[in-house]
Design a binder for this molecule. Structure first.
Ligand SMILES: C[S@@+](CC[C@H](N)C(=O)[O-])C[C@H]1O[C@@H](n2cnc3c(N)ncnc32)[C@H](O)[C@@H]1O
Length: 200
């Protein structure tokens, strides 16, 4: 079951613009700042919003949602249909995960380790304490399936476990091996050194 956002790339994009406002540019701009001129690969890239900031030549992404893949490809982005836990990542120097860990939990360490093995640098962007939702179970389920994070891939049972305060999330990301963790607006930015880092 997919919520409205995951049925429509246009609705997804609009929702993100409403939720984040100007912060949206700031979060993607920060990714660009860290990546510099290097090539970027985005896991769970959605409709490739980050691609608009990076530019088509340096951007690629992987996504399991067919509609998102079609939408991104139609706009000229190199977006492949694939499972980020199974399929091979393409050549790039920087691996990026924006708003994805709270979807794929409890497999976040597996994903980060997989990305670190493949890239020079891994950048993770996660909203700060946005998921400490207090709602009765059935209401949460209904909300999730209509307007929430129901992506049709990852279960609500698993996603419900993603509950952190800002401080807890910072500690958690450090525990996963992040070299740098800081708050930027409503997001937490974590930077990991990958095994392909030439300065290692
Ligand atoms: C909140 S969206 C984030 C999209 C994008 N990174 C952005 O910043 O707009 C999370 C995306 O991860 C995708 N996803 C979840 N599990 C996946 C998996 N195992 N393989 C590929 N994509 C996955 C979902 O389809 C969804 O589009």
């Amino acid at each position: 079951m997919k919520s409205l956002m995951y049925r429509s790339p246009r609705f997804y994009t609009l929702t993100l613009r409403v939720i984040h406002g100007k912060e949206l540019e700031r979060r993607y701009g920060e990714v660009l700042k860290i990546a510099g001129k290097r090539r970027i690969f985005e896991v769970g890239c959605g409709p490739a919003l980050l691609g608009r900031f990076v530019g088509r030549e340096r951007y690629s992404g992987m996504e399991l949602n067919k509609r998102f893949v079609r939408y991104a490809r139609k706009r000229g982005y190199n977006c492949v249909m694939g499972d980020i836990f199974r399929d091979n990542f393409p050549e790039a120097e920087v691996g990026v995960a924006v708003d994805i860990l709270h979807h794929i939990t409890p497999r976040e360490k597996e994903l980060i380790d997989r990305m670190r093995a493949h890239f020079e640098t891994v950048i993770v962007v996660e909203p700060v304490s946005a998921f400490n939702v207090r709602m009765p179970g059935p209401v949460r389920k209904l909300w999730d399936s209509l307007f929430g994070d129901a992506d049709g891939i990852n279960s609500l049972e698993n996603r419900k476990r993603w509950q952190f305060t800002e401080k807890e999330l910072m500690e958690y990301m450090k525990g996963l091996g992040a070299e740098k963790v800081y708050v930027l607006g409503k997001d937490l930015i974590s930077v990991f050194r990958g095994l392909k880092d030439p300065d290692r």
